[in-house]
Design a protein around this ligand. Structure first.
Ligand code: 13P
Length: 296
Protein backbone atom coordinates (compact mmCIF):
# COMPACT_ATOMS: atom_id res chain seq x y z
CA UNK A 1 0.00 0.00 0.00
CA UNK A 2 1.24 3.51 -0.81
CA UNK A 3 0.58 6.23 1.72
CA UNK A 4 1.32 9.92 1.60
CA UNK A 5 4.16 11.16 3.79
CA UNK A 6 4.57 14.93 3.79
CA UNK A 7 6.50 15.65 0.63
CA UNK A 8 6.76 12.12 -0.71
CA UNK A 9 5.41 8.62 -0.56
CA UNK A 10 6.36 5.68 1.51
CA UNK A 11 5.50 2.07 0.82
CA UNK A 12 4.31 0.43 3.99
CA UNK A 13 3.24 -3.11 4.59
CA UNK A 14 0.11 -2.14 6.41
CA UNK A 15 -1.28 -5.63 6.15
CA UNK A 16 0.69 -6.34 9.35
CA UNK A 17 -1.34 -3.73 11.14
CA UNK A 18 -4.64 -5.46 11.66
CA UNK A 19 -6.19 -2.57 13.52
CA UNK A 20 -5.97 -0.21 10.54
CA UNK A 21 -8.36 -0.78 7.64
CA UNK A 22 -6.50 -0.50 4.30
CA UNK A 23 -8.89 2.21 3.21
CA UNK A 24 -8.39 4.34 6.32
CA UNK A 25 -6.98 7.86 5.94
CA UNK A 26 -3.54 7.79 7.44
CA UNK A 27 -0.57 9.93 8.21
CA UNK A 28 2.62 7.97 8.53
CA UNK A 29 6.03 8.82 9.96
CA UNK A 30 8.96 6.51 9.42
CA UNK A 31 11.57 6.22 12.17
CA UNK A 32 14.54 3.95 12.57
CA UNK A 33 13.10 0.47 12.56
CA UNK A 34 9.52 1.54 13.12
CA UNK A 35 6.58 3.32 11.55
CA UNK A 36 4.21 5.57 13.42
CA UNK A 37 0.70 5.66 12.01
CA UNK A 38 -1.71 8.40 12.99
CA UNK A 39 -5.45 8.09 12.45
CA UNK A 40 -8.29 10.19 13.68
CA UNK A 41 -9.01 7.59 16.35
CA UNK A 42 -5.50 7.14 17.66
CA UNK A 43 -1.88 6.35 17.09
CA UNK A 44 -0.36 2.97 16.19
CA UNK A 45 3.16 1.68 15.91
CA UNK A 46 4.46 -0.91 13.51
CA UNK A 47 7.92 -2.35 13.49
CA UNK A 48 9.92 -2.15 10.31
CA UNK A 49 12.91 -4.32 9.53
CA UNK A 50 16.32 -2.69 9.91
CA UNK A 51 19.67 -4.01 8.68
CA UNK A 52 22.82 -2.30 9.97
CA UNK A 53 26.36 -3.07 8.88
CA UNK A 54 28.98 -2.75 11.60
CA UNK A 55 32.23 -2.38 9.75
CA UNK A 56 34.28 -2.57 12.97
CA UNK A 57 37.93 -1.59 12.29
CA UNK A 58 37.82 -2.35 8.58
CA UNK A 59 37.90 -0.26 5.44
CA UNK A 60 40.08 2.21 3.60
CA UNK A 61 39.02 5.19 1.58
CA UNK A 62 39.33 3.47 -1.80
CA UNK A 63 37.69 0.15 -0.84
CA UNK A 64 34.90 2.01 1.00
CA UNK A 65 34.03 3.86 -2.19
CA UNK A 66 33.65 0.59 -4.07
CA UNK A 67 31.65 -1.06 -1.28
CA UNK A 68 29.30 1.88 -0.70
CA UNK A 69 28.65 2.38 -4.40
CA UNK A 70 27.65 -1.27 -4.73
CA UNK A 71 25.49 -1.24 -1.59
CA UNK A 72 23.70 1.93 -2.66
CA UNK A 73 22.94 0.50 -6.09
CA UNK A 74 21.90 -2.87 -4.62
CA UNK A 75 19.39 -1.58 -2.07
CA UNK A 76 18.08 1.46 -3.95
CA UNK A 77 14.81 -0.26 -4.83
CA UNK A 78 14.23 -1.95 -1.49
CA UNK A 79 11.49 0.15 0.08
CA UNK A 80 10.21 -2.24 2.72
CA UNK A 81 13.05 -1.96 5.24
CA UNK A 82 15.65 0.47 6.61
CA UNK A 83 19.40 0.15 6.05
CA UNK A 84 22.50 1.68 7.57
CA UNK A 85 26.25 1.27 7.94
CA UNK A 86 28.27 2.15 11.03
CA UNK A 87 31.75 3.05 9.86
CA UNK A 88 35.03 3.93 11.62
CA UNK A 89 35.24 7.60 12.66
CA UNK A 90 37.67 8.70 9.92
CA UNK A 91 35.23 7.60 7.24
CA UNK A 92 32.14 9.40 8.53
CA UNK A 93 32.68 12.30 6.12
CA UNK A 94 33.00 9.84 3.26
CA UNK A 95 29.86 7.96 4.33
CA UNK A 96 27.96 11.22 4.71
CA UNK A 97 28.86 12.52 1.27
CA UNK A 98 28.24 9.18 -0.47
CA UNK A 99 25.02 8.26 1.35
CA UNK A 100 23.20 11.51 2.00
CA UNK A 101 20.87 11.27 -0.98
CA UNK A 102 20.27 7.51 -0.65
CA UNK A 103 18.16 5.11 1.41
CA UNK A 104 21.24 3.97 3.37
CA UNK A 105 21.80 5.82 6.65
CA UNK A 106 25.15 5.98 8.45
CA UNK A 107 26.45 6.08 11.95
CA UNK A 108 29.36 5.44 14.29
CA UNK A 109 30.40 2.48 16.42
CA UNK A 110 31.04 4.26 19.69
CA UNK A 111 31.15 7.67 21.34
CA UNK A 112 32.38 9.28 24.50
CA UNK A 113 29.69 10.22 26.98
CA UNK A 114 31.15 13.70 27.62
CA UNK A 115 30.60 16.65 25.31
CA UNK A 116 34.17 17.94 25.53
CA UNK A 117 37.25 17.90 27.69
CA UNK A 118 40.68 16.43 28.16
CA UNK A 119 39.88 12.94 26.86
CA UNK A 120 42.68 12.19 24.42
CA UNK A 121 41.51 10.08 21.50
CA UNK A 122 37.81 10.30 22.38
CA UNK A 123 34.95 11.48 20.15
CA UNK A 124 31.97 13.37 21.54
CA UNK A 125 28.28 13.07 20.62
CA UNK A 126 28.36 16.59 19.15
CA UNK A 127 31.23 15.63 16.86
CA UNK A 128 29.17 12.73 15.50
CA UNK A 129 26.23 15.08 15.00
CA UNK A 130 28.46 17.28 12.85
CA UNK A 131 28.53 14.36 10.41
CA UNK A 132 24.76 13.88 10.67
CA UNK A 133 25.07 10.38 12.12
CA UNK A 134 21.66 8.82 12.60
CA UNK A 135 22.92 5.81 14.57
CA UNK A 136 25.60 4.99 17.07
CA UNK A 137 26.35 1.51 18.35
CA UNK A 138 26.56 1.42 22.14
CA UNK A 139 27.80 -1.35 24.41
CA UNK A 140 29.05 -3.70 21.72
CA UNK A 141 30.62 -6.78 23.32
CA UNK A 142 33.98 -5.79 21.83
CA UNK A 143 33.73 -2.45 23.66
CA UNK A 144 32.64 -4.23 26.84
CA UNK A 145 35.27 -6.97 26.61
CA UNK A 146 38.33 -5.37 25.00
CA UNK A 147 37.85 -1.83 26.28
CA UNK A 148 36.38 -2.69 29.68
CA UNK A 149 33.14 -0.77 29.27
CA UNK A 150 30.83 -1.46 32.19
CA UNK A 151 27.03 -1.40 32.11
CA UNK A 152 27.28 1.98 33.81
CA UNK A 153 29.49 3.46 31.07
CA UNK A 154 27.37 1.90 28.33
CA UNK A 155 24.22 3.42 29.81
CA UNK A 156 25.87 6.85 30.14
CA UNK A 157 26.85 6.65 26.46
CA UNK A 158 23.31 5.59 25.58
CA UNK A 159 21.97 8.66 27.32
CA UNK A 160 24.53 10.94 25.67
CA UNK A 161 23.61 9.59 22.22
CA UNK A 162 19.92 10.24 22.85
CA UNK A 163 20.59 13.76 24.08
CA UNK A 164 22.51 14.46 20.86
CA UNK A 165 19.51 13.28 18.82
CA UNK A 166 21.02 10.02 17.56
CA UNK A 167 19.49 6.56 17.70
CA UNK A 168 21.57 4.32 19.95
CA UNK A 169 21.85 0.70 18.83
CA UNK A 170 22.25 -0.81 22.25
CA UNK A 171 23.95 -4.23 22.30
CA UNK A 172 23.32 -6.94 24.84
CA UNK A 173 24.37 -10.57 24.91
CA UNK A 174 25.92 -13.37 26.90
CA UNK A 175 29.24 -15.21 26.59
CA UNK A 176 29.39 -18.93 25.94
CA UNK A 177 30.28 -19.60 29.57
CA UNK A 178 27.25 -17.61 30.68
CA UNK A 179 24.96 -19.48 28.28
CA UNK A 180 26.37 -22.81 29.46
CA UNK A 181 25.83 -21.73 33.05
CA UNK A 182 22.17 -21.01 32.23
CA UNK A 183 22.36 -17.30 33.07
CA UNK A 184 21.67 -15.80 29.62
CA UNK A 185 18.48 -14.07 30.73
CA UNK A 186 20.08 -12.76 33.89
CA UNK A 187 22.98 -11.24 31.92
CA UNK A 188 20.75 -9.70 29.27
CA UNK A 189 18.36 -8.36 31.91
CA UNK A 190 21.20 -6.66 33.80
CA UNK A 191 22.52 -5.05 30.62
CA UNK A 192 19.06 -3.90 29.58
CA UNK A 193 18.13 -2.64 33.04
CA UNK A 194 21.22 -0.40 33.05
CA UNK A 195 19.67 1.71 30.26
CA UNK A 196 16.11 1.34 31.51
CA UNK A 197 17.17 2.64 34.93
CA UNK A 198 18.96 5.63 33.43
CA UNK A 199 16.88 6.55 30.37
CA UNK A 200 13.55 4.84 31.16
CA UNK A 201 11.19 3.40 28.59
CA UNK A 202 10.90 6.91 27.09
CA UNK A 203 14.60 6.66 26.20
CA UNK A 204 14.31 3.11 24.95
CA UNK A 205 11.44 4.19 22.70
CA UNK A 206 13.98 6.18 20.69
CA UNK A 207 16.54 3.39 20.51
CA UNK A 208 17.20 0.07 18.85
CA UNK A 209 18.32 -2.99 20.81
CA UNK A 210 20.67 -5.58 19.33
CA UNK A 211 20.92 -9.05 20.82
CA UNK A 212 24.41 -10.29 20.02
CA UNK A 213 25.43 -13.49 21.77
CA UNK A 214 29.19 -13.09 22.21
CA UNK A 215 29.79 -16.73 21.21
CA UNK A 216 28.19 -16.08 17.82
CA UNK A 217 30.18 -12.96 16.91
CA UNK A 218 32.74 -13.59 14.19
CA UNK A 219 32.72 -17.32 14.92
CA UNK A 220 30.47 -18.57 12.13
CA UNK A 221 28.28 -20.09 14.89
CA UNK A 222 24.92 -18.37 14.50
CA UNK A 223 22.30 -18.67 17.20
CA UNK A 224 19.48 -20.78 15.78
CA UNK A 225 16.34 -18.82 14.94
CA UNK A 226 14.63 -20.48 17.90
CA UNK A 227 17.48 -19.63 20.31
CA UNK A 228 17.58 -16.02 19.13
CA UNK A 229 13.79 -15.64 19.16
CA UNK A 230 13.65 -16.82 22.77
CA UNK A 231 16.01 -14.05 23.91
CA UNK A 232 14.32 -11.42 21.73
CA UNK A 233 10.98 -12.33 23.27
CA UNK A 234 12.53 -12.17 26.72
CA UNK A 235 13.80 -8.63 25.99
CA UNK A 236 10.42 -7.50 24.67
CA UNK A 237 8.58 -8.97 27.64
CA UNK A 238 10.97 -7.35 30.09
CA UNK A 239 10.34 -3.94 28.51
CA UNK A 240 6.59 -4.69 28.38
CA UNK A 241 6.54 -5.01 32.17
CA UNK A 242 7.23 -1.26 32.22
CA UNK A 243 5.50 -0.14 29.02
CA UNK A 244 3.75 -2.49 26.65
CA UNK A 245 3.48 0.07 23.83
CA UNK A 246 7.19 0.79 23.86
CA UNK A 247 7.90 -2.94 23.95
CA UNK A 248 5.61 -3.61 21.01
CA UNK A 249 7.29 -0.92 18.89
CA UNK A 250 10.87 -1.73 19.96
CA UNK A 251 13.13 -2.76 17.09
CA UNK A 252 15.30 -5.67 18.26
CA UNK A 253 18.09 -6.73 15.92
CA UNK A 254 19.97 -10.00 15.99
CA UNK A 255 23.74 -9.98 15.48
CA UNK A 256 26.29 -12.77 15.35
CA UNK A 257 27.38 -14.51 12.15
CA UNK A 258 24.36 -13.38 10.13
CA UNK A 259 25.02 -14.37 6.53
CA UNK A 260 23.12 -14.29 3.26
CA UNK A 261 22.30 -17.97 3.81
CA UNK A 262 20.73 -17.67 7.26
CA UNK A 263 19.28 -14.13 7.31
CA UNK A 264 15.82 -14.98 5.99
CA UNK A 265 15.11 -17.68 8.59
CA UNK A 266 16.29 -15.43 11.42
CA UNK A 267 14.28 -12.43 10.17
CA UNK A 268 11.18 -14.60 9.84
CA UNK A 269 10.97 -14.98 13.62
CA UNK A 270 8.26 -12.80 15.17
CA UNK A 271 10.50 -10.81 17.51
CA UNK A 272 13.56 -10.48 15.27
CA UNK A 273 13.34 -7.13 13.50
CA UNK A 274 16.49 -7.26 11.42
CA UNK A 275 20.22 -7.67 11.89
CA UNK A 276 23.45 -6.07 13.02
CA UNK A 277 25.94 -7.46 10.55
CA UNK A 278 29.71 -7.68 10.99
CA UNK A 279 31.83 -9.64 8.51
CA UNK A 280 29.11 -9.98 5.87
CA UNK A 281 28.66 -6.19 5.78
CA UNK A 282 32.11 -5.89 4.21
CA UNK A 283 31.11 -7.90 1.15
CA UNK A 284 28.67 -5.93 -0.98
CA UNK A 285 26.81 -8.89 -2.48
CA UNK A 286 26.38 -10.56 0.91
CA UNK A 287 25.18 -7.38 2.61
CA UNK A 288 22.73 -6.67 -0.22
CA UNK A 289 21.39 -10.24 0.00
CA UNK A 290 20.83 -9.78 3.75
CA UNK A 291 19.05 -6.47 3.08
CA UNK A 292 16.84 -8.28 0.56
CA UNK A 293 16.02 -10.95 3.13
CA UNK A 294 14.71 -8.18 5.40
CA UNK A 295 12.15 -7.25 2.76
CA UNK A 296 10.44 -10.62 2.72
P1 13P B 1 29.72 -10.97 12.71
O1 13P B 1 28.53 -10.77 11.81
O2 13P B 1 31.03 -10.85 12.00
O3 13P B 1 29.60 -12.22 13.53
O4 13P B 1 29.71 -9.76 13.76
C1 13P B 1 28.53 -9.46 14.43
C2 13P B 1 28.72 -8.18 15.15
O5 13P B 1 29.49 -8.09 16.09
C3 13P B 1 27.97 -7.00 14.66
O6 13P B 1 28.03 -5.97 15.57
Amino acid sequence: MRVKLGFGYVYARLSNLTSVAPSARLTVEVFAGRIRVFRSCGEYWMRRKLVVGNWKMHGRMASNTVLLNKVVAGVRDLKGADFAVCVPYPYLAQAQSMLQATNVAWGAQNLNQYEEGAFTGAVSPGMLSDFACRYVIIGHSERRGLFHESNDIASAKFDAALKAGMTPIFCVGETLAERDAGVTEQIVATQLDAVLDRAGTKGLAKAVVAYEPVWAIGTGKTASPVQAQAVHLFIRQRVAKQDSQVAQALCILYGGSVKAANAAELFAMPDIDGGLIGGAALIADDFIAICRAAQK
